[in-house]
Design a protein around this ligand. Structure first.
Ligand SMILES: Nc1ncnc2c1ncn2[C@@H]1O[C@H](COP(=O)(O)OP(=O)(O)OP(=O)(O)O)[C@@H](O)[C@H]1O
Ligand SMILES: [Mg+2]
Length: 390
């Protein structure tokens, strides 16, 4: 479980340069957080009953209710634990809905701010690839968030956790990996391109990609999200926050945050999906601790691509798909933010890869086959630069 921490090594404290947040959260309909969402993005959403915008407003719960739902936060209801507290499974009495309840550490000042940002962001943002906030509890000093339950847990559990080894969970095959990558990219596209001003997620990592039935991915944890630059500004300045290994180098060094910082983190996640390696893994040999640093030289040599791919796949992947997915990842993790692609281009590329159903039965196993012929080369860096407008 990789807890969040400030990349610059400073303690996690309240940021002075946050966007202006409403001081109260009780009446969210009157929130003064200005964030519009372009209409077309709502078209494919499953609508539930309405608060006027087509979504159920987050409900408030009492601490007593949530304690009852989790059998007093009993250990056998525990789903996991992150940097901000524990997550429990429970069933709401009113609706019989299964939920995940995150109980924030009571002593954390930062936790309270992130609690507010999370409630606000998830009350305003709705997309099939973002986790749904059902409600929250702000009783006294208790802070709890109630989310829809995601039955397949996090992408991290599947890629790196013990679950991928247990016999009841199938290992993630190539097709599922590409579908997860494409879905996560769509969630990010919504934040960058459909929300206005754009929302910079800042905490994209495998443990924050939760999986619904059918491995449908949803982004979670918006406590670190920030509203992007408006007007002529190219970036927002912040205290550096995020998770080591996922943080874009320029953001870690200067604190200047742009949507391209999220693209870098996305590239790291995509590399984890392809290689099965962690962003940071100190148990590996020297020179292999940092995934991006290890992968970069390999991007240049097509003959080495088969060494990059997750051995758990046992050679069952399309060489052309691997080549293209690696090209997308390589573009996303470029040092120069301006050279990284826009998320819309990433969505296009990954949606294409996800639509190419790879059938291991009808294709040679890459561990035994010598074929490394790549297919159509992916979009070049020059094309991406042109489209990105940087
Ligand atoms: N809505 C949910 N449905 C099912 N399981 C969940 C849900 N939310 C969280 N979990 C589980 O709880 C674990 C802990 O989540 P949490 O977001 O608190 O921490 P994290 O993402 O692992 O780390 P960090 O604190 O750095 O974000 C997750 O890895 C996941 O397994
Ligand atoms: Mg999380």
């Amino acid at each position: 479980m990789g807890g969040c921490f400030p990349c610059a090594g400073e303690p996690k404290t309240v940021e002075k340069d946050q966007p202006h947040l409403p001081t109260g959260i009780r009446d969210k309909s009157k929130s003064n957080l200005s964030l519009d969402v372009k209409k077309e993005s709502l078209a494919d959403e499953k609508e539930t009953s309405s608060n006027g915008s087509g979504h159920i407003a987050a409900q408030t719960f009492t601490f007593r209710e949530l304690a009852a739902v989790t059998k007093n936060f009993r250990a056998d209801c525990l789903l996991g634990e992150g940097g901000f507290g524990r997550v429990y499974k429970g069933k709401l009495e009113s609706s019989n809905q299964i939920v995940a309840i995150k109980q924030l550490d009571r002593n954390s000042l930062q936790g309270n701010r992130e609690f507010l940002v999370e409630v606000l962001m998830l009350s305003l943002l709705h997309h099939p690839n973002l986790v749904n906030l059902i409600g929250y509890c702000a009783d006294g000093d208790q802070r709890l968030l109630v989310y829809e339950y995601m039955p397949l847990g996090s992408l991290e559990d599947h890629l790196h956790g013990i679950s991928h080894l247990s016999p009841d969970k199938k290992r993630l095959d190539w097709n599922t990996r590409m579908k997860i990558a494409a879905g996560a990219a769509k969630g990010l596209e919504y934040l960058h391109d459909k929300a206005s001003p754009p929302v910079i997620y800042r905490d994209l990592k495998c443990s924050n990609i939760l999986l619904d039935e059918g491995y449908h991915p949803k982004l979670s944890d918006f406590g670190l999200a920030k509203l992007g630059p408006v007007g002529d500004n190219t970036h927002v300045s912040t205290r550096v926050m995020g998770t080591y290994g996922y943080c874009a180098p320029e953001y870690a060094m200067t604190g200047q945050l742009t949507i391209k910082s999220d693209i870098y983190s996305f590239g790291v996640v995509l590399l984890e999906i392809i290689t099965g390696r962690r962003a940071i893994d100190n148990s590996r040999a020297a020179g292999e601790h940092n995934l991006v640093a290890w992968a970069r030289p390999l991007f240049k040599d097509r003959r080495k691509f088969s060494q990059v791919v997750d051995p758990v796949l046992q050679g069952q992947y399309p060489p052309r798909g691997l080549y293209q997915a690696l090209a997308v990842a390589a573009m996303c993790v470029q040092e120069q933010p301006a050279l990284r692609p826009l998320i819309a281009d990433v969505v296009t590329a990954l949606s294409y890869l996800a639509s190419q159903n790879f059938n291991p039965e009808s294709q040679p196993n890459q561990n035994t086959s010598r074929s490394t012929t790549p297919g159509t080369p992916p979009r070049t860096r020059r094309d991406t630069e042109k489209r990105s407008g940087y």
